[in-house]
Design a protein around this ligand. Structure first.
Ligand SMILES: *[C@@H]1O[C@H](CO)[C@@H](O)[C@H](O)[C@H]1NC(C)=O
Ligand SMILES: *[C@@H]1O[C@H](CO)[C@@H](O)[C@H](O)[C@H]1NC(C)=O
Ligand SMILES: *[C@@H]1O[C@H](CO)[C@@H](O)[C@H](O)[C@H]1NC(C)=O
Ligand SMILES: *[C@@H]1O[C@H](CO)[C@@H](O)[C@H](O)[C@H]1NC(C)=O
Ligand SMILES: *[C@@H]1O[C@H](CO)[C@@H](O)[C@H](O)[C@H]1NC(C)=O
Length: 944
């Protein structure tokens, strides 16, 4: 809602009715919010989860907030009385207090500077009641305390930041607790009204937004129920409801004072900050939604329902608690009803996941979705203007200024707010990042930090240092959101006709038991029509079982099997599908070496390297007429293998490549290289800090490790040498990186015909420890995801299309103009989803980024292979599902075909392709070299 328009409304309506709240309040039908879950479950997936590039309304309020007890310090200075927090933090064996906090009382200039740097339009802070009235009542008025707030407000005026003032943020004067029992007493209603009136009178000329109380739920439930926060009272399960009752009345009293005596001159708005978690139904049934609705009503509705609906508690609370819940008289209902001029909503860790008791979840699932919460409030309370008066997350207490986690959560919550405004038409008028400064975090003490500004609590001056989240927030405010950038728009264009399109089916499934249900039929893959696999009657392809043979030597090669492969690849060729064959496929823990070689120290043994070259020769010899693209090693760049084995693999690849180059290239005319696994790694602060070293280090040590010896200098990357050396000098690390002899260097360097990579996802890194589980020790990097990315069901595998473009550019910038193939690119999705909309989205957007790399960046991209062909061997990745030995085309297949038609310059011309049975039953093919397996895997090139 436009503030100016709001004022006009006041003026006009004052003339007509003499009274006006800022928006015309009408009451929604009871429980209208319950429609929220149904609505969002029908949103198109994953498009609805995609990032929204857009800006906020022109007059949007950008705020940041603090609470007095968390930051002010000076707990006994200049006549301030004690608050319940001053005593609570000293009670029992407690030793950690907010006596100093971040000492805002003495750091006004520092706080104002920080606010100015951020560029916020509003600053939300709270008044310390006992700093103004030392014992809680007017008779102990403390002029020095009032002076402090006056200079704060004056300072804000000077830098053109509007105050949003909270009268009471949990720090009740201790005297009121001692004398009356705090909020359990009705007397507090009067005392609060008086305190509020004093504040309106004293500061009101400069304040347009008042918040009477912060989070009455926490005060009532945890201050007087569980005792987790001050005053720490517990044991009477009904006390929280009596406390809540008084809080509501006190708020209403303050609102009425303002409304009746100050609104006309001061023209401000008054509300109460209500916090809520979000909650999702654990099942799709109506009862679950009803339970969610009740959960929200117990937390948010407890206070919001009386104020925004009818002056009374939500039905489900009354029903559940019966006599335990106090009741309002008719007059009280009317008095409370409508005493909020806007909806002040808090969201974040102060409540969610920390202070929500299990009994309040009603068996449902707590969630952090701010967008849905905003929509629920919008429906339930009939479209009030919503001011998000607290939002954010936290980092560990020992995190310094690189608070990536907090920054990305802010980004997420702000993006969800933007979606609420633009897509859901919710009237959100402002957003408050929490908090301005690190401070005392209530029951978490100094164990977490929530500031945009870092405060070193051990230092003398408690300097305020901007964190990355502060830089992020200030940029965001400057741009008023996330304006669309040209690089985010899809590109329209085509790949050249000789561009290679394929599907990868390269997962290794070692069959350890004889196969019972092997399908030995021949199929037709009807790719241009319905995409179904059609059985061809009367053709059988022999199926081979695994046999154990003692050695890995070529002299003992199994001719039957080789003939089988020959049949296989020639069949593919007949079908106009070009096979791309890899000789060794790294499969993590599982060895794919012949047993005897494996037993004899595997790759560490020189004999294995030589045997691999022999085996390669045999495959080139026998299959080379049909296979024109060879992959020696697939994804050997796995850190877990270690650098010694990596060295051997490099040599094995080089030997095999040279065999092809010397003996077969001329007659067969094919190409050979290896495939490197290359997910993209982005610096976590790329958009506001030049801190590229950690990301560069990861790329150099993961990809450069294999790429540089082959495609570059013939040696390991300089960064890798230096890094490992430096690591070896500290602690007891021993990352031995072998040295290339002159001979090996010549052997390895230049052994490629193209650069092939497999790419699935992107992660971000920075160099501060936040989450130990995602901290990579060797590289000293913290892995993190941008929480606005679309997540896939696979852990740590978000969908980040632009990562592919960056990866391709990385290769191009390191190895100028090298021909590049994307040999595998795909996403995992629930195998039960045949309408695999995530994969459709993924393939479309990743291929589009590949197109940008090709068209706009001039990357020499030669081909793209979608991963994967079938769920059978790559569960959840396939464009075909596999159910009861049947192959069922998923939606992605149709879309992929369409994409090929529109992205490539030539449509598919072959009506259908014949695919032998082995494609469906043995997607990867195991090349038995004398019985035990050197793995062969396959890519299928689709005809252009
Ligand atoms: C607060 O202090 C004044 C002055 O000492 C005293 O008159 C008054 O009774 C006190 N009020 C309460 C509630 O303790
Ligand atoms: C509460 O206020 C709304 C809107 O002004 C009105 O429709 C409703 O009748 C009121 N309810 C009570 C109990 O005062
Ligand atoms: C109230 O809610 C609690 C928690 O879900 C439940 O165990 C209890 O049975 C409910 N009582 C009534 C009377 O609805
Ligand atoms: C949750 O609430 C129940 C019932 O009010 C209480 O018995 C229990 O101690 C509370 N647990 C926590 C962790 O606050
Ligand atoms: C080759 O492999 C097939 C199938 O596994 C097996 O039946 C046959 O005995 C093997 N032949 C030799 C010579 O090892």
């Amino acid at each position: 809602m436009d503030v100016h328009r709001g004022l006009m409304c006041v003026l006009k309506l004052l003339l007509i009715f003499g009274t006006c709240t800022f928006w015309k309040r009408t009451v929604a039908e009871p429980g209208a919010g319950m429609r929220t879950w149904g609505r969002f479950s029908k949103m198109p997936y994953p498009e609805d989860k995609a990032f929204l590039y857009d800006t906020f309304p022109e007059d949007f309020i950008w705020a940041v907030g603090t609470a007095a007890y968390q930051v002010e310090g000076a707990w006994q200075k200049d006549g301030k009385g004690k608050s319940v927090w001053d005593t609570f933090t000293r009670a029992g064996s407690r030793v950690i207090t907010g006596d100093v906090g971040s000492d805002s009382y003495h750091n006004l200039a520092g706080d104002l500077r920080a606010l100015q740097q951020l560029g916020v339009t509003h600053y939300r802070f709270s008044l310390s009641w006992s700093r103004i009235f030392a014992n809680g009542t007017r008779s102990t008025y403390n002029s020095k305390g009032v002076e402090y707030y006056r200079s704060l407000i004056l300072g804000l005026k000077r830098i053109r930041v509007e105050p949003v003032v909270t009268l009471y943020h949990w720090d009740l004067p201790e005297n009121l607790q001692d004398v009356y029992g705090g909020w359990s007493s009705r007397v507090l209603v009067e005392l609060f009204r008086d305190y509020a009136e004093f504040c309106f009178q004293t500061f009101g000329a400069d304040v347009k937004f008042w918040i009477t109380m912060d989070n009455p739920f926490v005060v009532a439930w945890h201050g007087y129920g569980t005792g987790v926060v001050a005053p720490g009272i517990k044991n009477d399960p009904d006390l929280p409801f009596r406390v809540g009752h008084n809080l509501l009345k006190a708020h209403a009293a303050a609102w009425h004072v303002y409304h009746e005596r100050y609104r006309a001159q001061q023209r401000g708005r008054v509300s109460i900050a209500l916090a809520s978690h979000w909650i999702k139904p654990s099942r799709t049934r109506q009862e679950s939604q009803r339970a969610c609705q009740c959960s929200l009503n117990f937390v948010l509705g407890w206070f919001a329902h009386p104020l925004f609906v009818d002056g009374d508690y939500p039905q489900c609370m009354k029903h559940n608690l019966t006599h335990r819940l106090p009741s309002f008289t008719q007059a009280e209902k009317e008095y409370i009803n409508g005493t909020a001029d806007f909806f002040a909503l808090s969201h974040g860790p102060a409540l969610s996941f920390q202070l929500i008791n299990d009994s309040l979840r009603f068996g449902q699932i707590e969630d952090l979705d701010l967008r849905m919460l905003l929509f629920w409030v919008h429906l339930e309370y009939n479209k009030p203007p919503i001011f998000v008066v607290e939002s954010g997350w936290f980092v560990n207490g020992n995190t310094k200024t690189k608070d990536a986690k907090h920054m990305y959560y802010l980004k997420r919550f702000i993006m969800e707010t933007l979606k609420a405004i633009r897509l859901d038409k919710v009237n959100v008028i402002g957003y408050t990042a929490w908090s301005l400064l690190d401070g005392f975090e209530w029951h978490r003490e100094y164990g977490i930090r929530r500031g945009l500004y870092y405060v070193d609590f051990k230092s003398d001056h408690l300097m305020r240092e901007p964190k990355t989240s502060a830089l992020f927030y200030s940029k965001l405010i400057e741009k008023n959101g996330f304006p669309q950038l040209p690089e985010n728009r899809p590109l329209v264009g085509v790949f050249p006709c000789d561009f290679t399109w394929g599907v990868a089916a390269n997962s290794i499934q070692v069959e350890t038991t004889p196969m019972q249900n092997v399908d030995s039929n021949l199929y037709i893959w009807n790719i241009s029509d319905n995409g179904k696999l059609k059985k061809v009657e009367g053709v059988e392809v022999p199926i081979h079982r695994r046999h154990h043979f003692p050695t890995g030597h070529v002299s003992e090669a199994n001719n039957t099997l080789l003939s089988y492969y020959l049949c296989f690849v020639s069949e593919l060729r007949k079908a106009n599908i070009t096979p791309v064959v890899s000789l060794w496929h790294h499969t993590g823990k599982l060895s794919t070496l012949p047993v005897l070689l494996e037993k004899n120290r595997g790759w560490q043994n020189e004999e294995t390297v030589q045997a691999f070259a022999q085996y390669a020769r045999l495959c080139f010899q026998r299959l080379g007429d049909h296979v024109k693209i060879w992959i020696t090693l697939n994804e050997p760049n796995d850190e877990d293998l270690g650098y010694a084995i990596g060295h051997q693999l490099l040599r094995a690849h080089a030997l095999a490549w040279r065999v092809y180059d010397n003996e077969f290239r001329k007659s067969q005319g094919g190409k050979a290289s290896l495939v490197l696994h290359m997910d993209w790694v982005e610096p976590a602060f790329s958009f506001n800090r030049e801190d590229m070293a950690p990301a560069k280090r990861v790329m150099d040590l993961r990809v450069g490790w294999f790429a540089e010896p082959i495609f570059g200098s013939g040696n390991y990357p300089e960064v890798m040498h230096q890094w490992l050396q430096q690591r070896n000098t500290i602690d007891l690390f021993n990352y031995h990186l072998p040295t290339f002899s002159e001979k090996d260097r010549h052997l390895v360097k230049g052994t490629y015909d193209f650069f092939a990579l497999s790419h699935f996802t992107t992660s971000m890194v920075y160099d501060e420890v936040e989450d130990k589980y995602l901290f990579k020790d060797t590289l000293e990097v913290q892995l993190i995801s941008d929480v606005t990315w679309i997540m896939s069901p696979r852990r740590n595998s978000p969908v980040v299309p632009w990562g592919l473009r960056k990866a391709l550019n990385w290769v191009d910038s390191h190895y100028k103009n090298v021909p590049i193939y994307v040999m595998a690119n795909g996403v995992q999705e629930d195998i039960a989803r045949f309408k695999d909309s995530l994969r459709v989205y993924y393939l479309y957007n990743y291929i589009n980024e590949a197109l940008k790399a090709y068209t706009l960046d001039g990357v020499n991209l030669k081909g793209y292979f979608a991963y994967a062909f079938n769920d059978r061997h790559d569960p959840g990745f396939g464009m075909y599902g596999h159910v009861h030995e049947e192959n069922i085309a998923k939606s992605s297949l149709t879309h992929f075909k369409k994409l090929l038609k529109t992205t490539g310059s030539q449509p598919l011309v072959v009506p259908y392709n014949t695919v032998p049975a082995c494609l469906t039953t043995h997607l990867h093919v195991l090349c038995y070299s004398s019985g035990l397996l050197w793995a062969l895997s396959l890519w299928l090139l689709l005809p252009c």
